[in-house]
Design a protein around this ligand. Structure first.
Ligand code: PLP
Length: 399
């Protein structure tokens, strides 16, 4: 009997999985490098990488080797015990984050859990008020959800923790009036990914640092989407020249294996959570930590930070060279990019791209988001850029 195709699988999906994600676009069965294949045998260039997760693409030998080696040795220990990969990954993360002596890592299993840890950290300041940005996305668990801006995500679950004040991003006056001595923490994404790749100005991040120092508020930079090389530096905050109180990390760190982390900077912040005040069964388990180490090693040995910057710039230049009336620009940094469209057609274009064998997504009506594996080549980017005019056929800019 032939293997089931997309349609047969998706019927079974609809009968057995909760409907929170809507109907998936296809059923993916295998991947290699920057390509994936669906249940009908169709090949796609994966320019989304599981939303900035598969940093080394699919089936990368370093990831496969790390999983295989570690699985054969030790997959899990409780937090009654430590493991060498857990300790080594914490040390390496502190080093690449440029964290000062006395800094610390808490391992979790996802981005939203890293944010939960940061919210609990903020509670230990003795203050409950939080500030985040409008359009922010920090996760879906009930604590993180209070920081996430979109009403449709939040309101069905009200009341959430708070008070949370959402300020317009890059509005310095609004930030000045929101951050005061009642605020436990200010949460900011250096580039808002889910909002359609919208960057915080470096000057705004520096002001955020000044204001939070002046009011003894924690500055927590959410690097879940921007971290681990995605924007061309280890972490995006490093491009603004600030030192935050904590960062949250997940996605690319595990290259597809679930992991999250909160990194606290310096002994005072790191001492806010003490023995017994937080925990998790799986966080920092040896398997996930071994993969995290393989990711950091590969980024370093293959010089992927420079590669991300150069391929990202190549994307910007080659899309600009199209001079297409339906494209108004490319924004973002490194390989976290948005192609700005001149009309609200991104969902149609993303569907056409899929049909043409390219995976991208449409986080907002006029934006195509690309978060490819950090190993994507200029030739692979060129194949997508060459396809773009056909994907935009018949669409008109909004006047
Ligand atoms: N924070 C940011 C900036 C994110 O982009 C995301 C997910 O997209 C999250 C937090 C939540 O991460 P997770 O989906 O792993 O819980």
């Amino acid at each position: 009997m032939p293997a089931p195709g997309n349609a047969a699988y998706l019927d079974r999906y609809a009968q057995s999985l909760m409907g929170v994600f809507g109907r998936p676009k296809a059923v993916l069965c295998r991947g290699e490098g920057c390509y994936v294949w669906d249940a009908n045998g169709k090949r796609y260039l994966d320019l989304l990488a599981g939303i900035a997760v598969n940093a080394l693409g699919h089936g990368h030998p370093m990831v496969v080797e790390a999983i295989t080696r570690q699985a054969a040795s030790l997959i899990h220990v409780s937090n009654f015990f430590a493991s060498p990969p857990q300790i080594e990954l914490a040390e390496r993360l502190l080093a690449v984050a440029g964290a000062p002596a006395g800094s610390a890592v808490f391992f979790a299993n996802s981005g939203t859990e890293a944010i939960e840890a940061a919210i609990k950290l903020s509670r230990r300041t003795g203050r409950t008020a939080l500030v985040a940005a409008e359009a922010a996305f920090h996760g879906r668990t009930t604590g993180a959800l209070a920081l996430t801006y979109k009403k449709a995500y939040r309101e069905p679950f009200a009341p959430l923790i708070g008070p949370v004040t959402h300020v317009p991003l890059n509005d310095e006056a609004a930030l000045r009036s929101a951050v005061d001595r009642d605020v436990g923490a200010l949460f900011l994404e250096p580039i808002q990914g889910e909002a359609g790749v919208v960057a915080a100005d470096p000057a705004y991040l520096r002001l955020a640092r000044e204001l939070t120092i002046a009011s003894d508020t924690l500055l927590i930079i959410d690097e879940v989407q921007t971290g681990v090389g995605r924007t061309g530096t280890w972490f995006a905050f490093q491009q603004a020249g600030i030192v935050p109180d904590a960062i949250t990390v997940a996605k690319g760190l595990g290259a597809g294996v679930p992991i999250g982390a909160m990194i606290t900077f310096g002994p005072d912040v790191s001492g806010l959570l003490t023995a017994g005040q937080h925990g998790t069964t799986f966080g920092g388990n040896p398997l996930a930590a071994a993969v995290g180490l393989a990711v950091l090693d590969t980024i370093e040995t293959d010089d992927l930070l420079a590669h991300v910057t150069s391929v990202g710039n190549h994307l910007v230049d080659s899309v600009a060279a199209l001079s297409h009336p339906m494209i108004s620009g490319v924004r973002g940094a490194g390989l976290l990019r948005a192609i700005e469209l001149s009309a609200h057609v991104s969902a149609v274009v993303a569907d056409r791209a899929l049909a043409a064998g390219f995976i991208v997504n449409a986080p907002t009506p006029d934006v195509l988001r690309l978060t490819p594996p950090l190993i994507v080549t200029t030739a692979q980017i060129d194949s997508f850029v060459a396809a773009l005019p056909a994907l935009l056929t018949g669409l008109e800019p909004t006047s």
